[in-house]
Design a protein around this ligand. Structure first.
Ligand SMILES: Nc1nc2c(ncn2[C@@H]2O[C@H](COP(=O)(O)OP(=O)(O)O)[C@@H](O)[C@H]2O)c(=O)[nH]1
Ligand SMILES: [Mg+2]
Length: 444
């Protein structure tokens, strides 16, 4: 179902992979093509815009990795953003401490709720849970029969009470399951063809009556942008905890699956791709992203290159600290890295002792700008060998950077202290306890 989108991504990547440099221009080009591809796949326009903007920023701000081509690096940025767009990591069903865990299933008529209830019960049973299904779609006798048939196929009891009150049916079903010591109760509800306040109200009342651990909203992927609108409407009345996308086997262009997480902020938990009981998959953002991009090899190649580069940098830095060679150039490099990431996590995190102290420390933007200006006003020789900074050099640097001699002096003092501390810490080796408060003071 993502074939079209995959093919378009592929042609965008093919184009940019031929370039030997990433420029504002060719990035803008690629991003326009990607945005168009997303829109053609029926992705929400706002979502598509934000997506390409984020990739663009990343691509222009990233370190150049020597061992991979710029195009390959872009693939990785697109992949990362796609995983984020799809929700980051896999979110499964949440079970309550107290038995039974109640799972309420809602959605429009024909979206695949009843089928999904059967599939989910089937999966849970295979995982060793003891489920029951409650037939709270009381309006059509056929709906109850359909559910009973499903239940008998998988030997899961379907509870129905022959009364015309969906809330009461749900309540009794949960109570009966509790007394029977069942682990999970899945409640199938009625849907209408369109968003309808009466139906929503019923689902809300069932929710209040049985306090479900999970409320799963089932939506037909074939309905494209309508799926996103329905998801929003349901979200407003019944704040559900997860989304189930059905009919992924149809010729949907996939836009709903790509937009829904971003628009409603709730994770997709399952994809259903057929009428058979087995056609249900837990949803994994990374797997889908790889399938859409068809670039798993490139993604892992770039990841390896990134790791190699950080490991190599960390090794060099460690060596410098050990030899007491850590100079202002290194300091500047580290500071920029930290700024880019918002906190010290990559390279410094790999240094024994040092990382622990600095890892999650936010860095004040104003202060780092000043430090940056001061260091940039030094000659390369001065940066590498700060010991030569006499009074007249310091005055020149202060003027050049729009700071004062006192500020330059303070930085030099801080730098000296930091260097001493780093050396001590690296000597102490792994697991050394550094004092975070002191590090914070040094960088202020
Ligand atoms: N192709 C396909 N059909 C599905 C899928 N899920 C459900 N259906 C079919 O869609 C129709 C409506 O499903 P049903 O579970 O009764 O929807 P409900 O009204 O929400 O309970 C039935 O014919 C199902 O067999 C799916 O993932 N793929
Ligand atoms: Mg149904």
């Amino acid at each position: 179902m993502f074939e079209d989108l995959s093919a378009k991504f592929d042609s965008v990547f093919r184009k940019i992979r031929g370039e030997n440099r990433i420029t504002e221009l060719n990035i803008a080009d690629s991003m326009r093509d990607i945005r168009r591809a997303l829109l053609e796949a029926d992705v929400n326009i706002q979502v598509a815009r934000e997506f390409t903007e984020k990739v663009r920023e990343k691509a222009l701000g990233a370190d150049v990795l020597k061992s991979v081509s710029p195009g390959q690096q872009i693939v990785k940025h697109v992949y990362d953003e796609l995983v984020t767009l799809l929700g980051g990591s896999h979110t499964g069903i949440r079970f309550s401490q107290k038995l039974p865990s109640v799972i309420l299933v809602c959605g429009l008529q024909g979206s695949g709720k009843t089928t999904f209830c059967g599939k989910l019960a089937n999966q849970l049973k295979k995982q060793g849970k003891v489920p029951a299904i409650v037939a709270a779609d009381i309006y059509r006798p056929a709906a109850i029969d359909q559910l009973k048939k499903l239940g008998s196929q998988i030997s899961v009891p379907v509870l129905s009470y022959g009364i015309q009150d969906a809330v009461e049916v749900a309540r009794r079903g949960v109570e009966e399951s509790r007394l029977a010591g069942r682990g999970v109760v899945i409640i199938d509800t009625a849907g209408r063809l369109h968003v309808d306040s009466e139906m929503m109200d019923e689902v809300r009342r069932i929710k209040e009556a049985v306090s479900p651990e999970e409320i799963l909203f089932v939506v037909d992927a074939m309905t494209g942008q309508d799926a996103v609108n329905t998801a929003k409407a349901f979200w407003d009345t019944v704040s559900y905890t997860g989304v189930v996308m059905t009919k992924m086997d149809g010729d949907t262009r996939g836009g709903a699956a790509l937009s829904i997480r971003q628009v409603v902020g709730q994770p997709i938990k399952f994809l259903s791709y057929g009428e058979k009981l087995e056609s249900l998959d837990p949803f994994y953002p990374d797997r889908l992203a790889q399938r859409i991009l068809g670039m798993g090899d490139v993604v892992s190649l770039v990841e390896k290159a990134q790791e190699a580069i950080s490991a190599e940098d960390a090794r060099k830095l460690n060596e410098k600290i050990r030899k007491n060679d850590f100079n202002l150039e290194d300091f500047l490099g580290q500071m920029r890295q930290i700024k880019k990431m918002g906190s010290m996590s990559s390279i410094l995190g790999m240094l024994p002792g040092v990382g622990k102290a600095l890892k999650d420390m936010p860095v004040d933007d104003g202060a780092t700008k000043k430090i940056e200006a001061i260091i940039l006003s030094m000659t390369v020789k001065e940066r590498r060998n700060p010991d030569i900074l006499n009074g007249s050099r310091r005055l020149r640097i202060a003027r050049g950077s729009g700071t004062t001699v006192a500020e330059v002096n303070r930085l030099m003092k801080q730098f000296g202290d930091m260097k001493k501390m780093m050396k001590t810490m690296s000597k102490m080796g792994k697991g050394a306890m550094a004092n975070p408060a002191m590090m914070k003071r040094l960088l202020r």
